[in-house]
Design a protein around this ligand. Structure first.
Ligand SMILES: C[S@@+](CC[C@H](N)C(=O)[O-])C[C@H]1O[C@@H](n2cnc3c(N)ncnc32)[C@H](O)[C@@H]1O
Length: 295
């Protein structure tokens, strides 16, 4: 019997998998759909790190790249059938990629052993080796029925990207959790047409699980902050224009009001603002990124 992770991988990326057939933007809204302000902030980050090249991994329909090119950056979009270059320079970004990297789901049984979840949602072998080490360190389970999602596949995928950097910074942006707030039953979720739906392994929906952000940051010797803190440090503001402007320059007032609304969505700590930003890479580029991202 295949593990849940293997079935998840086939459901998203197999020959008739979800991402082989569907347009991501038809199913969910990410920061790049919320507002061009997101990409403009990323462009400021690139400028402050001193790079002009950006690689967007898991670029979807290339919405972020369009904003970055308009800001004068040279952008490479990388999607499923593209080869990631062997060596990378500049800013590498992955917005909501790692939550779609399938991971092992495990559950504590009645005897107190963590076991792998299988494709038919029964429990298989007892968790062992690196998976068990990861579980004990990052997401210890307490009671029968508790579930965890082992972060190693995401960390390996991201470490592989960071290892290719000759000079630059890799920034992973995703929803997730840290040790102090792991959910007892895991976060595995299906998405279809903009709504949560039952988890199905037939390729009919997106399947995602939150990223263990602290463990990810540790795996790549990186740093972690929230999207809200990062975007505020990069100069984003949700301040509404003053009423005076409505009288003197109504069109500008409306444009600034709409922009303040978009910024508020990107900064909202109940939504996109709570996402984690994890950055890592070569020493001097990371130092410059850390200066840019620390308010
Ligand atoms: C949730 S979507 C995010 C799209 C976009 N970054 C955004 O913010 O809207 C995840 C994307 O990652 C892509 N993806 C998954 N695995 C990948 C891989 N190994 N290499 C490149 N892209 C991948 C999927 O095809 C999908 O378009």
């Amino acid at each position: 019997m295949t593990t849940f992770r293997e079935a998840w991988d086939a459901a998203l990326y197999g020959p008739s998998g979800f991402y082989r057939r569907e347009r991501p933007a038809a199913h969910f809204r990410t920061s790049v759909h919320a507002s061009p302000l997101f990409g403009q902030a990323i462009a400021r980050l690139a400028e402050q790190v001193g790079v002009s090249q950006v690689v967007d991994i898991g670029a979807g329909e290339g919405e972020l790249g369009r904003v970055l090119r308009a800001a004068g950056l040279d952008v490479l979009d990388v999607e499923l059938d593209d080869e990631l270059p062997a060596r990378l320079t500049g800013l590498v970004i992955a917005n909501e990629w790692l939550d779609n990297v399938p991971c092992e789901v495990v559950e504590l049984d009645a005897k107190g052993d963590a076991r792998y979840l299988l494709a038919d949602e029964t429990l298989g072998d007892v968790v062992s080796g690196n998976d068990l080490d990861w579980l004990e360190k990052w997401w210890p389970l307490a009671e029968e029925g508790d579930r965890a999602e082992i972060g190693l596949t995401r960390e390996e995928a991201w470490a592989e990207v960071v290892a290719r950097l000759d000079d630059g910074v890799a920034l992973a942006i995703d929803y997730g959790h840290v040790s102090t707030e792991r959910p007892s039953y895991g976060t595995l979720t299906g998405f279809s047409r903009g709504r949560e739906c039952p988890v199905a392994l037939d390729g009919s929906c997106d399947l995602t699980a939150h990223v263990a952000l602290d463990s990810l940051a540790t795996a790549v010797s990186g740093q972690l902050t929230t999207q809200r803190e990062a975007l505020l440090a990069l100069g984003l503001s949700a301040e509404r224009p003053g009423q005076e402007l409505a009288r003197t320059e109504p069109l500008r007032y409306l444009a600034e009001l709409s922009s303040a609304g978009e910024a508020a969505e990107l900064l909202n700590t109940s939504g996109l603002g709570s996402f984690g930003w994890v950055w890592a890479g070569t020493a001097s580029a990371v130092r410059r990124a850390s200066r840019a991202l620390a308010a």
